[in-house]
Write a protein that binds this ligand. Structure first.
Ligand code: NAP
Ligand code: FE
Length: 366
């Protein structure tokens, strides 16, 4: 038995926000626009959204405070502002951070009596409808029910809720052209990691997930390398945006593995970009799985022929050169947390404290 669930309406193409502007009117009467500091403006997405809202006389408020790895404090501030604003839908513009931040803001704004801690207690809460407009090609957050926040101890923690699946995702790849090269690479490697991890969890059981994962991996393998020489190539950028969405559709069904759990402290405490943080742990974790189930790994990483080829691909984008200053205290603290991560249950094999210690010590030695 298998199931596939994804309630997000996807509208894609150049100029899609202007061309489908009536979607805003159909979604609500007053918009709460959530963005990061500058990318929504830089990419041109905010201007196009504001024009579309103005054309339909839809009033709006902009909350532009979401930082990278959004914090509990910021999203609680956003939730309060939303609750007081009289807005009845959320427009999220940006990379995964503003999109995830907006999802939490939407829940908190709809339920002013709760705070971020409540998002993790297993209960489901309603949210205002969300329109998601990605400006990076990585997290797939535009089609997932997940949001990853940073708690008050500085740890990254994800929660999932059906109510935060965006109602609508607008995909216009022209918004991704302004991404600097390191952001382009890191976000593409995040989507690659989603695609491979998702199929690792799936192990061929859900044919739709398997098909989507294979397509996403192929697109990233083919379109990221040539982009270095042609950063303004519309077709390459469009294919990477499409791949990131596909990989989001995959993890919406499967979740992610120990790769994501292991990468979180590298972003929280060492400032390594999320996609890079996954990429530096990916091969090591897949090698461990391959030691007991090489067929499963072989199938999950298709169309890469083997782990060596995957490593070569990652290293061609600097993954092998990442150098981290990790203290012994950090190795111990992160390993205790890593061993408790729910992602381990989805990862074939034993991902215990010893495993995480070894992994972080290897990264430290680089
Ligand atoms: P991000 O943290 O949203 O953005 C990284 C940087 O890129 C920011 O400085 C941002 O600027 C800038 N940027 C974004 N788009 C740009 C553009 N078009 N032009 C120029 N600069 C641009 O990066 P991300 O990798 O997309 O998101 C990572 C976050 O998503 C992490 O917190 C991760 O844990 C989470 N995540 C979520 C899911 C999910 O399913 N929900 C899955 C994987 C990862 P601004 O600050 O100005 O916006
Ligand atoms: Fe991710």
């Amino acid at each position: 038995m298998w199931k596939y669930f994804l309630p997000t309406k996807v509208l894609a193409g150049e100029g899609v926000v202007s061309k489908s502007a009536e979607v805003f009117r159909e979604t609500g009467t007053k918009a709460f626009v959530v963005t990061g500091k500058s990318s929504a403006k830089k990419s041109g997405a905010l201007e196009e959204v504001v024009n579309a809202l103005s054309n339909f006389d839809i009033p709006y408020t902009v909350f532009d405070e979401i930082e990278e790895n959004p914090s509990f404090d910021t999203v609680e501030r956003g939730g309060e502002a939303l609750a007081k604003s009289g807005c009845d839908f959320v427009v999220a513009i940006g990379g995964g951070s503003p999109l995830d931040g907006a999802k939490a803001v939407s829940v908190l704004g709809k339920n002013p009596e709760i705070s971020c801690a409540n998002l993790y207690n297993g209960a489901s809460f309603k949210a205002y409808p969300i329109i998601a407009i990605p400006t990076t090609s990585g997290t797939g957050s535009e089609v997932t029910q997940y949001s990853v926040l940073t708690d008050r101890e500085g740890d990254k923690r994800g929660f999932g809720m059906t109510s935060i699946f965006p109602a609508v995702a607008f995909l216009d790849s022209s918004y991704t052209f302004t991404m600097p090269w390191p952001v382009t690479v890191s976000t593409a490697l995040d989507s690659l990691s989603h695609s491979l991890e998702g199929e690792m969890v799936n192990a061929g059981k859900n044919p739709l997930v398997k098909m989507i994962s294979l397509k996403a991996t192929q697109l990233i393998k083919d379109n990221l390398p040539p982009l270095g020489d042609k950063p303004d190539d519309a077709s390459l950028r469009g294919n990477l945006q499409y791949a990131a969405m596909l990989a989001g559709m995959v993890i919406a069904q499967t979740g992610t593995t120990a790769v994501h759990a292991a990468g979180y402290p590298l972003s929280s405490y060492k400032g390594l970009k999320h996609g890079m943080a996954n990429a530096v742990t990916l091969n090591r974790i897949f090698e461990r799985i391959a030691a007991s189930d090489s067929e499963r790994v072989k199938n999950a990483i298709k169309p890469f022929d083997n782990l060596e080829q995957l490593k070569e691909f990652l290293d061609s984008f600097g993954v092998g050169d990442v150098s981290l200053d990790i203290s012994e205290r950090e190795v111990e603290a992160w390993s205790v947390k890593g061993a408790k991560a729910p992602h381990n249950r989805k990862t074939p094999g034993d991902f215990d404290r010893e495993f995480y210690e070894k992994l972080y010590r290897e990264l430290k030695r680089r």
